[in-house]
Design a binder for this molecule. Structure first.
Ligand SMILES: *Cc1c(COP(=O)(O)O)cnc(C)c1O
Length: 388
């Protein structure tokens, strides 16, 4: 009997993820890849590499390649590169701009990113223009007058959950030759694919939902055109500046990715229901979540995202800073910790962490909603709100 192998149909994302990108360890048949701990690889008597693609593990690392291939597929991108953290990835992106150049940065995004851009641009003689990228007219005018080398936006933004029109920004920037990069950490590629919308680069702090278990630091950048000067620089920078992820971390990230589909589904559902429950609550000034019909960027979010709106939201309470801190202190299930995208729900009083110069409202509590039972999450917040 002859068996003919059919060409496999493209798998659904969840199937691809469950199998960690597919394949098994060819040497042993193991369904999970080994953790490659070797830093260097031998050459034979003729000075040829014993195994093609294995030279020195700063770049030549099977587990990196597997994770990068999987993430590039998730993003509908051409190539990905892993970095030691989200900030290491952002640093490589900033360095694509030469001294004398210009960067346009979305205002009111993750404070760590804002501070890093400000300090680096000041020291490197790069003009930094910070704008409210949700106002397309202002943005278009700024792009036309400053002709930036790089436009860096965060969608949705952290902690204000603002939604920028990625397709429009990409379209406007084309005639000025600006590289558009989207930090899509808050929603993962399962919800939003910026490269499909016209962006040149997408980055994630893999520390967050991609890994999902609050136990790995990582970053990843994916491109749409691997021959673009920006990508060639980033690839060379990862090799040369060496901000690589460790093999064990890359292996853990791959393990986390196996359940990304399930986690995102539950976190989306929990977040939507949680936001709807507390929207209009008597002790709430506002609930910032793009999934709420009343949210400023809801229609845009609906057009750009699919399957849900992510697990990040902010509550702005009525009352004082002290009230907000009291509520945070009265929670039992939500843990008081920074970061987001993990299976456990977290809460953070952002202004305490970032300081008054960040402009973050003193009664803003940022939540990262996990995979717990929804009733427990709502119940925990309800009982905490009772004390103010
Ligand atoms: C956490 C975060 C970063 C930084 O990533 P690290 O992995 O902590 O270095 C960048 N952007 C956003 C939106 C983040 O939430």
């Amino acid at each position: 009997m002859t068996s003919q192998k059919k060409t496999p149909k493209a798998l659904h994302t969840n199937s691809l993820l469950a199998h960690g990108g597919g394949g098994y360890d060819k040497a042993t048949g193991a369904v999970v890849p080994p953790i490659p701990m070797a830093t260097t690889f031998v050459r034979d008597e003729a000075y040829e590499l014993v195994s093609e693609g294995h030279l020195y593990s700063r770049d030549h690392n099977d587990v990196f390649r597997k994770v990068e291939g999987l993430i590039a597929t998730l993003e509908d991108g051409a190539e990905s590169r892993l970095f030691a953290s989200g900030m290491a990835a952002i640093a490589a992106i900033v360095r694509t701009v030469k001294p004398g150049g210009t960067i346009l940065l979305q205002a009111g995004i993750y404070w760590g990113t804002t501070v890093f851009f400000r300090k680096t641009c000041e020291r490197s003689n790069i003009a930094l223009v910070e704008v409210d990228a949700t106002d397309l007219q202002v943005l278009a005018d700024q792009i036309a007058t400053t002709k930036p080398d790089l436009i860096f936006i965060e969608v949705p933004s952290n902690p204000f959950l603002k939604v920028v029109d990625i397709a429009k920004v990409s379209e406007i920037s084309k005639s000025f030759g600006s590289v558009v990069c989207v930090d899509a950490t808050a929603v993962t590629p399962l919800i939003m694919k910026p490269l499909q919308l016209g962006a040149d680069l997408v980055m994630h702090s893999a520390t967050k939902a991609l890994n999902g278990h609050s136990d790995v630091l990582g970053g990843v950048i994916t491109c749409t055109d691997p021959t673009s000067p920006a990508w060639e620089f980033i690839r060379a920078e990862r090799h040369g500046a060496g901000a690589v992820m460790g093999s064990f971390e890359a292996w853990l990230l791959l393990r986390g990715l196996r359940t990304l589909g399930l986690r995102v589904e539950r976190m989306n559902a929990n977040s939507q229901a949680f936001a709807e429950h507390f929207d209009g609550h008597p002790k709430m000034e506002a609930v910032l979540y793009p999934g709420l019909e009343s949210a400023e960027g809801h229609e845009l979010a609906k057009a750009q995202m699919s399957g849900g709106y992510g697990s990040l939201m902010s509550l702005i309470l009525k009352g004082s800073k002290d009230d907000a801190l009291k509520v945070a202190g009265a929670l039992n299930l939500f843990q008081r910790a920074t970061s987001l995208g993990g299976v456990e729900s977290l809460i953070e009083h952002r202004e305490t962490i970032e300081g008054p110069e960040s402009g973050i409202p003193v009664t803003l509590l940022r939540l990262s909603i996990g995979i717990e039972h929804l009733d427990d999450l709502i119940g925990d917040m309800e009982q905490a709100l009772e004390i103010i």
